[in-house]
Each structure stands twice: as C-alpha cells, then as structure tokens.
Design a protein around this ligand. Structure first.
Ligand code: GYE
Length: 330
C-alpha cells in the first residue's frame, strides 16, 4: 500500500539517479510512522486464580476475563483448582513465557516467598489480588488490591450483636483454612463479639468456601448441637446457602429460627435476605477487572502505584436488600 502511494507521488521530472534514494527515504519514513500503529504492543498478562469454589470466585474470574477482552489484553488464565502448588506452577510458567505482568489471587497466605523471588528476579510486576500474602519482604510484589476482610468480620459481628442484643450462641462456618479471608474474618468477628459476654462461638469448622461444604458442616453441627444454638456466621454466602439447605431439611426456618449472617453479597444471597432466609450479608466486591488492568498499565509504564487499595464494602439486611437487588451485578 505505502509503496504504491509513494511511487505514484513522484513528479515525472525526477531524474533516474535521484529516484531510488528518495524512494528509500520516503519508504523508511512511511514505515517508521506505520510500525507503531500496526504493531502496538499487545499486553500479555498471566492470571493465577485460586479455583472456582464459589459464586464470588466465578464473578471475579469473569470480571478479569471480560475486561481483558475489552482492552485487547492477551490474558493467560490458570485455574489453580484449589491447590497452592498449581498456582505456583502457573506463576513459574508465566515467567517462562515472559508475560508483561502477573496477577495472583493467593489461595493461602503463606508459602509464596520462593516463587515471588523468582518473579522479582525476572523483573515482572506482580499484583496480589483479592487475598493478602504474608512475606518478610514487601518488595516481592508491586501492590495489593482487594477487600478489607477484618472490616468485614467486624461489620458482621457488630450487626449480630445489635440484632441479638448481645445474646447468641453462634456456629461458625469457616472458609479455606490458611486463607486470608478465613483468618481475618474469624479473628475480627471474635474480637467484635468479645465485648459481649452473652455471645459465644460454640463451634467452628471449615466448609472451604463451598456450598456443599457449608451444607455438610451444618448437617454435622445440627447432629451435634441439636437446637442449642441461635445463629450461624458463615465466612461466605455459598456456605450460608448450603447451610440453609441443611437447616430447612432439619425442619427449621432459616432467618427466623436461626439468625444467619454471611459475607460476599452475591445476588443470590441478597435475594435470600430479601426473602428473609439470610438476615445479613456483608459485601465483598469481586469485580476487579478494570482496577487490575489500570494497575497493570501503570506498572508496565514504570509508574508508581499505591501499595494497598481496599474496596469500600456495604452491608445488606432487611432494611435495604430488596431495593439493592436490581443493581447487584454479581
Ligand atoms: O469471600 C469467597 C471466595 O477471597 C474474598 O473467596 C475471597 C473469598 C470470597 O471463595 O466466596
């Protein structure tokens, strides 16, 4: 194309000797101008996801995938299937492929130092998304973006204390052992009820953030504790929804006979709040796509970014769930 334009532009008076040089010059200029447009670098981002344990996770995965597509980013997605070793393997393969940036949603908090050192050595910016990591050297990752799990646990405890006037025997459904949200939501909730002598966590087991896990643990709780409890605190909505199945199967009315508090505010749970089956769900927004790729763009351009960014999360109960439903996006 370019060649034809330049050649046809030559005035017919040009002598034979001058033409090849001018042609070359014009071609070079044309190529120089055309190259950035034609070969504008497509960013390649590797994303090591934890797995697909919950509706929250599915929404998170979809957000990163769809936003990558929108921005023309080449996303290499790896599903860790709930195993840290799979995630570590994925990160190593992203290094080997020379991606421009890595996004890691770490399934557990510890055990990341060696692979993060490898990422640092390869000079690839890595964003820790959703769950925090515990490392001795903060320079091992570029930044963190996620929710404040301690604040979520505090909000859940404060809501339950108010609802029960400080009197509740609580069964706790924990998330994945060793994960930041399970650790923090447990700790902050325990601290939140500590000032209320009438509130006590009478049992606490992991349902691994899964619906089936929540149902199984609740069935075991019901066998063990009979009716000797007042409330369920679930570290996520999927487990709360699983527990509801077990509670109903035992002939009890969730939301009335048993107060249920959980976290995530997936649409299905906000609907359950509106229906009176869950009493309160604390929001944890999974829609990180835009924020993550804004950070990637800045990091690749060598700009500095905030070390830590938390989402602002809300709380839904009978006072606002129905009104919020139409605008829930996940
Ligand atoms: O609450 C849960 C998911 O890490 C915040 O992981 C996330 C949690 C979320 O499985 O549903």
């Amino acid at each position: 194309m370019g060649l034809r334009i330049y050649v046809s532009c030559y005035p017919s008076t040009h002598n034979f000797m001058k033409t090849p040089r001018l042609t070359l010059l014009l071609l070079a200029v044309g190529a120089f101008l055309a190259v950035p447009a034609a070969f504008a670098k497509t960013l390649t981002v590797g994303f090591a996801q934890t797995g697909a344990e919950s509706a929250w996770r599915t929404a998170n995965t979809n957000s990163l995938k769809s936003e990558a597509e929108k921005r023309g980013i080449n996303l290499k997605f790896s599903d860790g299937q709930g195993r840290q070793e799979n995630q570590i393997r994925a990160v190593r393969s992203f290094i080997a492929q020379g991606v421009d940036a890595i996004v890691l949603a770490p399934i557990v908090e510890t055990g990341w130092e060696p692979v993060l050192r490898e990422v640092k050595r390869a000079k690839i910016p890595i964003i820790i998304m959703d769950r925090t990591v515990k490392v001795s050297d903060e320079s091992l990752y570029a930044c963190f973006v996620g929710s404040d799990f301690l604040e979520e646990g505090r909000m859940a405890a404060a809501w339950l204390a108010k609802k029960t006037k400080g009197q509740a025997r609580i069964l706790e459904l924990q998330g994945t052992p060793g994960s930041a949200p399970a650790n923090d939501r447990r700790k902050a909730f325990a601290e939140g009820i500590a000032g209320h002598p009438g509130m006590k966590v009478v049992d606490s087991q992991s349902g691994d953030f899964r619906r089936a896990g929540g149902k199984e643990v609740m069935e075991a709780f019901l066998k063990k504790h009979g009716r000797n409890f007042d409330a369920v605190y679930a570290h996520n909505d999927d487990m709360a929804l699983g527990a509801i199945q077990a509670i109903e199967a035992a002939g009890l009315k969730p939301g009335t006979d048993v107060i249920i508090v959980s976290i995530d505010a997936i649409k299905e749970a906000v609907q359950a709040v509106a229906d009176g089956k869950i009493n309160c769900t604390v929001e944890c927004n999974p829609l990180f796509g835009p924020k993550v790729y804004d950070l990637v763009a800045k990091l690749v351009a060598g700009e500095t970014v905030p070390r830590v960014q938390f989402n602002k999360d809300e709380l839904f109960d009978s006072t606002n769930a129905a009104a919020a439903l139409p605008s829930r996006q996940y």
